[in-house]
Design a binder for this molecule. Structure first.
Ligand code: DX5
Ligand code: ZN
Length: 226
């Protein structure tokens, strides 16, 4: 089977929210819209509720990748499923019942993702890796756009690839934070395939060009995977 290539998910955290429909139209060629949910508790910032997600779904055909940075994902996931999320990713650090929550997401018709913070080792995924469609390796400490990529993330991505190979699973590997054409090649060489980019897309006037440059750099990296 032909493996799909590198995909880019622009994060609307960095969009001009007063012009959200226009901003969504400017990324019509993206693989996903990345939708950051922050609760002011799990992370020191506050963003979008399920009503905003429903509005995004009404304004674009691009699938929505919801990244829940919340302390109580078990309580919050159903509302984001109802709002139409296509991917629902919750944090390993925030739930004691990751497998059960992943099942709930899948039963709701979405892809289930698990995210790990920079301080969480890949070994934390041992018990859940077979039950998810996607693993999100945070490449900054979550909470804000425009932060600097943490280089130690590359080692974690390689460890994740080794875990997946050993367990014979192939979840989508997503990275989030500090991704640009300059960092895309390295993360893709280390096994990432879905690249979230906030400031590196919405900070540029030509979004299609920005997405293309990130994807091309990622493909060049993917071609040198071990
Ligand atoms: C960070 C968020 C990211 C953020 C990335 O906490 O989860 O999705 O939008 O922004 P950039 O690409 O600017 O680092
Ligand atoms: Zn995110």
């Amino acid at each position: 089977m032909l493996e799909p290539g590198v995909q880019v998910a622009p994060s609307i955290l960095s969009a001009d929210l007063g012009r959200l429909a226009d901003e969504l139209a400017s990324i019509g060629g993206a693989s996903y819209v990345h939708f950051d949910v922050m609760d002011g508790h799990f992370v020191p910032n506050l963003t979008f509720g399920p009503g905003v997600l429903a509005a995004v779904k009404g304004a674009t055909r691009v699938p929505v990748d919801a990244h829940l940075m919340v302390s109580n994902p078990d309580q919050m996931v159903p509302a984001y499923l109802d709002a139409g999320a296509d991917v629902v990713t919750f944090h390993y650090e925030a739930t004691a019942h990751a497998s059960r929550l992943a099942s709930l997401v899948r039963e709701g018709g979405a892809k289930a993702g698990i995210a790990i913070n920079p301080g969480t080792p890949v070994s934390a995924l041992d018990a859940i890796i077979e039950d998810v469609d996607l693993v999100l390796v945070m490449t900054v400490n979550p909470g804000f756009g425009g932060q600097k990529f943490i280089p130690g993330s590359l080692r974690k991505l390689r460890q994740l690839k080794a875990m997946c190979d050993e367990r014979r699973v192939s979840p989508i590997v997503e990275v989030d934070g500090g991704i640009s054409p300059a960092t895309a090649a390295g993360v893709c060489a280390a096994g990432a395939r879905l690249l979230v980019a906030g400031s590196a897309v919405f900070g540029k006037p030509d979004r299609a060009d920005a997405i293309r440059k990130i994807a091309e750099a990622g493909e060049a990296g993917r071609a040198r995977r071990a």
